[in-house]
Design a protein around this ligand. Structure first.
Ligand code: AGP
Length: 612
């Protein structure tokens, strides 16, 4: 998720833009840049790394100009480096723009423009838009050229655009990626979220999708993409900066739990729509270089740590059931010391949100040294694991600030489902079987939305069990990993003891722990092992244990058996983990908040464990 800050007014823009970039640092980013209209020129300075590196570069150049745009980049297309950072310009360096979002059809647009002799500098999708505006600008004025270019875009954008030839004005546009116009006294500050402009004004206009604003020193005018005037109200901000960085949520963790529908949509965007139309495979560009080798693999070893290890366990069930590939999941910290039997037909898959976890990186290096094909499922673009593996996919869930991983986990499972479809189609899986999964996968975001809307009931249940000092989490088959993840979540942020177990294991020991002060959380959706789970629940009840059940909507029977029930929508068995985990994330969150702990930065933990 990138950050945009732009300024049109009477003051020198560079200091205001730098200040705004710093307010956006919380969103996580890997590079930053700035462009300022300076007399009849536009000066651009960009830098990989932190904002202070950009500031150091800028420091030597006093750039004056009252109109400017700036950007912090969270890489999605192209490595984090100076060239790929924003702003991007066209061939003539007349059009300069910053972009948030993903242009899905950028490759076809790029090919179209290259045929018209446009020369590209970066690997990004965003740069394509600058050249497209340039192309239309050959026959149209600035705004009309921008409107025509936007009509050709498939995907999402938040944009701020300036032109050397049209000094004194700026165009901003929104489609799917938030943009807010702060209206000051004879000036406008535009940003991707209010935290970057709230120190300048509390009067804001929220652009809606398909709207374009033209801003100059005299004010602003807003139209839709067909150039029809739109009347917009000015709203008054009531947030403080800290609250605005969390989008109004009290903690990043809760914000990121609620962001999961969008994160899953971002992860799916451009990867299954074409498949559902006429492609034989999901569109997974990162696996293209190794596609032939993937057809030959007959063994998969997934290596990961913590939450990422548990998404790997879900992947194991998927790969074995639908692609028929024998799959092992190993803690990365253990794999590197094992003498695993690896060969050229073994794929070692690393799953990592940060892409920098030392144990997982060491495991990948070990696998490579022994001739295995290495793949990555990573969130941070350009991170070590993403660079050192032979291929892979990004989860594209945006920066995850909370130490306890939530949206990255459901995005990892999304990628594993896409890979299952890919591997399955390379083997005996029929198109219709794959199509069924793809269609259901597209419905998951709205199902997650339905669950998170139930947060007040989940908070009530957390309150009811506040005095518990132990929990047993149970799940079977696809939801055994979710039992493990649920236990980790509550351990991490509430510091109480919790254990996850495959529910079939309960009678081999853990049930000895059960009494009325030792509650169990049982994941028991209507799936192929439902009856077995019901017997497990009854065995616990018979010993006076309390049960919180995660069950499928409509399962009225569960209300008679369990003490508390959290319902999730019905979906394919292989996709229930993406739904079942959400109530457990929220349960752990409310438990930690009610205990008064810092749920975003739990004690003793780091977001990325780069030490062994
Ligand atoms: C998850 O909530 C924890 N923060 C931790 O277990 C984490 O999943 C683990 O350290 C792996 O991190 P990675 O995904 O960045 O490799």
């Amino acid at each position: 998720m990138c950050g945009i800050i732009a300024y049109v007014g009477k003051q020198n823009s560079a200091p205001i833009l730098l200040e705004g970039l710093k307010k956006l640092e919380y969103r996580g980013y890997d590079s930053a840049g700035i462009s300022v209209c300076n007399r009849e020129n536009i000066i651009t300075v960009k830098s990989a790394g932190k904002v202070e590196e950009l500031e150091n570069k800028l420091g030597k150049r006093k750039i004056s100009g009252t109109i400017g745009i700036a950007h912090t980049r969270w890489a999605t297309h192209g490595k984090p480096n100076d060239i790929n950072s924003h702003p991007h310009a066209d061939c003539q360096e007349n059009i300069h723009l910053v972009h948030n979002g993903i242009i899905e059809n950028y490759q076809e647009l790029k090919k179209f423009l290259q045929k018209k002799k446009h020369k590209f500098k970066s690997e990004t999708d965003s740069e394509v838009l600058a050249h497209l505006i340039e192309e239309f600008g050959k026959n149209l004025g600035f705004k009309d050229a921008v409107l025509e270019a936007l009509k050709m875009i498939r995907g999402t954008y938040g944009l701020a655009i300036i032109s050397k030839k049209e000094q004194g004005k700026m165009l901003v546009a929104r489609n799917g990626s938030p943009l807010v116009i702060g209206v000051g006294d004879g000036e406008c500050v535009i940003a991707s979220d209010v935290s970057a402009l709230i120190c300048h004004t509390d009067k804001v206009i929220y652009l809606e999708d398909g709207e374009v604003a033209e801003i100059d020193k005299d004010g602003y005018s807003i139209t839709n993409i067909k150039n029809k005037k739109v009347n917009k109200e000015i709203s008054k901000l009531t947030w403080n900066i800290e609250k605005s960085q969390k989008g109004g949520f009290p903690h990043f963790m809760l914000k990121e739990i609620f962001e999961q529908p969008e994160a899953i949509r971002n992860c799916l965007r451009g990867r299954i729509d074409k498949f559902l139309k006429d492609e034989n495979f999901p569109v997974l560009g990162g696996l293209k270089p190794v596609e032939k080798k993937l057809r030959k693999i007959n063994k998969i070893i997934i290596v990961a740590c913590g939450t990422s290890y548990y998404s790997g366990l879900v992947g194991k069930y998927m790969f074995e059931e639908y692609a028929g590939i024998s799959t092992e999941v190993e803690y990365a910290s253990e794999f590197r010391y094992r003498k695993s039997v690896l060969c050229g037909r073994t794929a070692v898959i690393a799953i990592s949100q940060s892409g920098e976890t030392a144990d997982t990186l060491a495991a990948i290096r070990e696998a490579k040294s022994r001739g295995a094909l290495t793949l990555g499922i990573v969130n941070v673009v350009g991170s070590s694991i993403s660079r050192e593996t032979d291929g892979g996919s990004y989860t594209l869930s945006g920066p995850e600030i909370g130490v306890a991983s939530t949206k990255a986990f459901t995005s990892q499972i999304t990628v594993l489902a896409l890979w299952t479809m890919m591997f399955g189609r390379q083997r005996k899986m029929t198109f219709s079987a794959t199509e069924k999964i793809a269609k259901e996968l597209k419905k998951i975001p709205e199902m997650v939305e339905k669950i998170v809307k139930n947060n007040k009931d989940i908070k009530k249940i957390a309150k009811k069990y506040m005095t518990a000092e132990n929990f047993l989490y149970m799940g079977r088959k696809y939801n055994y990993p979710i039992a493990m993840e649920g236990a980790l979540k509550i351990k991490e942020i509430s510091y109480i003891h919790a254990e996850g177990y495959p529910s079939g294991e309960m009678k081999h020991g853990p049930i000895a722990l059960i009494d009325e002060d030792f509650p169990s959380i049982f994941i028991c959706p209507k799936d192929s092992v439902y009856e077995k789970n019901i017997s497990g629940i009854q065995e616990i009840k018979a010993r006076g244990g309390k049960i919180i059940a995660v069950a499928t909507e409509g399962d009225k029977n569960m209300k008679k058996i369990a003490d508390d029930v959290i319902y999730i929508p019905k979906t394919l068995e292989m996709l229930t983990p993406m739904l079942a985990v959400v109530p457990l994330q929220m349960f752990a969150y409310y438990f930690g908040v009610l205990k008064g702990f810092n749920v975003d930065q739990p004690r003793n933990l780091a977001k990325s464990v780069t030490v062994e």
